[in-house]
Write a protein of this length. Structure first.
Length: 283
């Protein structure tokens, strides 16, 4: 039949339509893409997201080191928990930087998307609430851990850092940054403007961090204040993380792990509930 057609008439090639992509139970491509987007977001402005927290932590360390040297620079520091104060102080400052930046990463990412209106682009994609929450949370965890590693490297230039238990450091580092990442997602979904996020930072995150034994030992407190300190989840974050470096803990590591894991589970459920119902996202 084709031979009967004029030579100048082109035949039309019929091609099959593209096959539908089957996502499976987990959209791994979407999860990975959103996670990389969160990571590249803070890496692109590393001077603000990584370098600035490290400098702030270093300033804290220098100021407290000078203040706690009774005989001036070069004098032996007091002992806290059986170790020099400088060694006691460093892990607390590192954890403070990690937790605050994990919170800042997720809260700013979600809040900026809400304010700019491009949160719809994420909600319309074939990504489940679990995958969405996981990508946001892991992005904050990665930033917190990166800040922690860089801070350790910088402080190591001034103070020999001894690692007592690397496994404990990793466990409490991940649990702490995950907790603050989830708190950042919840806070950003709840907030209507940046002032609300600032309120969460100024009245919840910062006070709990400063009152958690970052700069001091809670063993010096009277029994009542010591008991109140043990109600602060940030205390367990710093105490367990510090144990990984100096081998001294002021509370049970098992209790601290259970508290942080339980809070992470609660915040994870709250985050999923917000995403499933579309609380302040789809209305």
């Amino acid at each position: 039949m084709d031979s009967l057609l004029p030579s100048h008439i082109a035949t039309v090639q019929v091609t099959a339509p593209p096959a539908a992509r089957i996502m499976g139970r987990v959209n791994w491509i979407g999860l990975w893409t959103l996670l990389m987007k969160e990571i590249r977001r803070f890496v692109k402005v590393y001077m603000q997201t990584v370098a600035a927290p490290v400098v702030t932590t270093l300033l804290f360390y220098v100021v407290f080191s000078l203040a706690m040297s009774p005989g001036g620079a070069g004098s032996p520091p007091p002992l806290v928990g059986g170790v020099p104060f400088f060694n006691f102080l460093a892990p607390g400052l590192i954890m403070m930087a990690m937790s605050q930046n994990a919170f800042a990463n997720t809260s700013s990412s979600v809040m900026i998307s809400k304010v700019q209106g491009n949160i719809v682009d994420v909600l319309m994609t074939p990504i489940s609430p679990v995958e969405l929450a996981l990508a946001w949370t892991l992005g904050g965890v990665v930033r917190g851990l990166v800040v922690g590693v860089v801070t350790v490297g910088v402080i190591a230039l001034l103070l020999p850092i001894r690692v007592h238990d690397l496994g404990t450091i990793l466990i409490f580092g991940v649990l702490a940054t995950m907790l603050l990442s989830l708190l950042g997602v919840i806070g950003a979904i709840w907030a209507d403007k940046f002032d609300h996020i600032a309120a969460v930072t100024n009245f919840i995150v910062t006070p709990l961090t400063f009152l958690s034994g970052t700069f001091y030992s809670v063993d010096r407190f009277p029994p009542v204040l010591r008991a109140l300190s043990h109600l602060n989840p940030f205390f367990y974050m710093i105490d367990g993380f510090r144990y990984g470096f100096i081998g001294h803990a002021e509370a049970s590591l098992l209790t601290g792990t259970a508290v942080l894991a339980g809070l992470n589970a609660v915040l994870w459920i709250v985050t999923l509930r917000m995403l499933v119902t579309g609380y302040k996202l789809k209305s």
